[in-house]
Design a protein around this ligand. Sequence first.
Ligand code: PLP
Length: 391
Amino acid sequence: MSDDDSDERFETRAIHAGQEPDEETGALMTPIFANSTYVQDGPGEDRGYEYSRTGNPTRDDLEDNLASLEGGEYGRAFSSGMGAINTVLNLLEAGDHVVAGDDVYGGTHRIFTQVYEDYDIDFDFVDTTDHDAVRDAMRESTELVWAETPTNPLMNVNDISALSDIAHDHDALCAVDNTFATPYLQRPLEFGADIVCHSLTKYLGGHSDLVAGALVTDDEELDEQFGFYQNSVGATPSPFDCFLVLRGTKTLGVRMDRHCETAAELAEWLDDHEHVSTVYYPGLEDHPGHELAAEQMDDFGGMLSFELDASLEEASEFVSQTEVFTLAESLGGVESLIESPAAMTHAAIPKEEREAAGLTDGLVRASVGIEHVDDLKADLQQAIEAALETA
Ligand SMILES: *Cc1c(COP(=O)(O)O)cnc(C)c1O
């Protein structure tokens, strides 16, 4: 951590880590340093900054803040979650092999298979909750194990510590996409992961008004490589977006508390609903990842999925009928969003494969926002009544 704040608690660090009042003006908030370039006192004698792709004070403050929240030493911010993921892949060379979860984010699957396979990097997608399957997939050339937890949209919970051990037994790195949990609920570095990756677009930004990403690590050498690729590839965030994320991280704890509380209440309610067959929420005791989530996470998060007893048409009608829940992809904002994976985020997967993976036509994914829980319940109820002929 850049500041000596490691003994302070999360909520305090969220507000103060990496952020000091501006020395010259006393401005309390980190200013938006809208600069491409910086004056030099003589050739090569800069005052710490020379060009904003290489370094920017607003971005620096954000990077220190994010490192602190993940309990890590080093943070790097990017122009999107995909920009951050791309930077991890920049570490690899032709001939290298990666083992990844079979239910990773669609954009992650796309960059792996449609971009990096062309550079002669091999990917195996396995059920990362099955550690024998992960071990079997490891090769001499495996350099990276990639996992998310909880996963999208079935909220499978991966054991970060077990996956890190398998990776390290094979001299590979373990990277965890912590977008769904956020560092408020789960800090992968504590469980042995080498790299934490984020789409800041989601909970950390928290207001659906920006796109950004981040990487955090404890390893100085890795961080230097990330810095090299950040500057060489150029997927850096604007100072304005860095400012917005800093604004978001300040309230992350209070927002997550409400997201978790409301999602848990909706999950219980849906679980008892006559037109819902299954609810996927790690906070429910019968969820297969419940015990692990209880150990690895501080709470169960704001994402849930559920299976309506409905055809694809009825499920599509249901997500179109909600009024408080907005029909949209993405997640993690203060407003509740709803979507049909079979018709939207996962529509590209052939129906048979989709169903085999549990992504049935009636599946609905919700990003539970911080509106009043009773309004959210009433909204789901009226949409079920409107969409299901039998309701
Ligand atoms: C959204 C998302 C990403 C990609 O992030 P962008 O900011 O959209 O580029 C990566 N991983 C997960 C889990 C996501 O939800």
